[in-house]
Design a protein around this ligand. Structure first.
Ligand code: PEP
Ligand code: MN
Length: 294
């Protein structure tokens, strides 16, 4: 594993938890297939909520890459509130993610819901996503702690930041410090949005931990039209990146279409992030792979 920038355990003050920030400046760098999360560049992970078929995934993956996404997201195993809702393509979805990575070169972020899914997901995922509903699946956390694969670890929708950091501690305790935290909205009394995106969490987590922090404004709002504003706010607040749902035809999506951006809206969003990133001492690249002139 490539060394992270964080001091080794031996150099840590007695009593400090592994997730705790012990010096004001250092952020642990999480490395996935050549992409670094937690460095100067703001990293955008984008793609469909769920992998639905090859055309949908590859079209969306190519579009998000062209707009500056550094990581491809897409769920093969989907945790759905209703057991009658689309549950994901499972192994078939993983195979399609491998194809999309082959076509685009983008490292893949995909969810693992249970230890029994780990062997299949590990065969494809560059980054293991652990979702909000599994933030306290301690058996799964211990298992991924034994691995050295990066983990995109989402905050539980009703978890305090203390509970969240203690759950992350389970992963670090096993020796895996390649953990990206992700604020994805919490449950409050406000019903006009799917969740209340808790942007307080960004500076608070950056204050308390050395782990990189990204924001998911798609699940955090539940409304595609709100995603650009909250994306810009997240970067302004100091987030190390974003996780954004994009679908080539949101109206036809099998899950979370209402909060998914079209490829065009996503490209407009990434362009608008560049200036915000610079304003807070970061960089972002809205079009990192210029196409050769025809
Ligand atoms: C997702 O990223 O599609 C997802 C299910 O997110 P969350 O776990 O935050 O609800
Ligand atoms: Mn989703």
């Amino acid at each position: 594993m490539a060394p992270s920038t964080f001091p080794p355990r031996a150099a840590r003050p007695a009593g400090a938890r592994l997730v705790d920030r012990t010096d004001p400046l250092t952020t642990t760098l999480v490395r996935a297939g050549g992409v670094v999360v937690g460095g100067t560049e703001v990293i955008v992970a984008a793609g469909p909520c769920a992998v639905e078929n090859e055309a949908q995934l590859v079209r969306t993956a190519m579009a998000v890459k062209a707009a500056g996404a550094r990581l491809l997201r897409g769920g093969a195993y989907k945790p759905r509130t209703s057991p009658y809702a689309f549950q994901g393509l499972k192994e078939e979805g993983l195979a399609l993610l491998a194809i999309a990575r082959e076509v685009t070169g983008l490292p893949v972020v995909t969810e693992v819901m249970d230890v029994r899914q780990l062997p299949a997901v590990l065969a494809v995922a560059d980054v293991l996503q652990i979702g909000s509903r599994n933030m306290q699946n301690f058996t799964l956390l211990e298992e991924v702690g034994r691995l050295r694969r990066p983990v995109l670890f989402k905050r539980g929708m009703s978890a305090t930041l203390d509970e969240y950091l203690l759950a992350a501690e389970y992963i670090l305790k096993g020796g895996n410090d390649q953990v990206i935290l992700c604020e994805r909205g919490i449950r409050t009394f406000e019903p006009s949005t799917r969740s209340t995106l808790d942007l307080n969490a960004v500076p608070m987590l950056k204050h308390r931990t050395h782990l990189p922090v990204i924001v998911d404004p798609s699940h955090g709002t539940g409304h595609a039209w709100m995603v650009p504003a909250l994306s810009r706010a997240a970067i302004a607040a100091g987030a190390d990146g974003l996780l954004i749902e994009v679908h080539d035809d949101p109206a036809a999506a099998l899950s979370d279409g209402h909060q998914s951006l079209t490829p065009q809206a996503f490209a407009e969003l990434t362009r608008s992030l560049d200036a915000i990133a610079v304003a807070v001492g970061r960089t972002s690249q809205s079009a990192p792979f210029p196409e050769p002139l025809a």
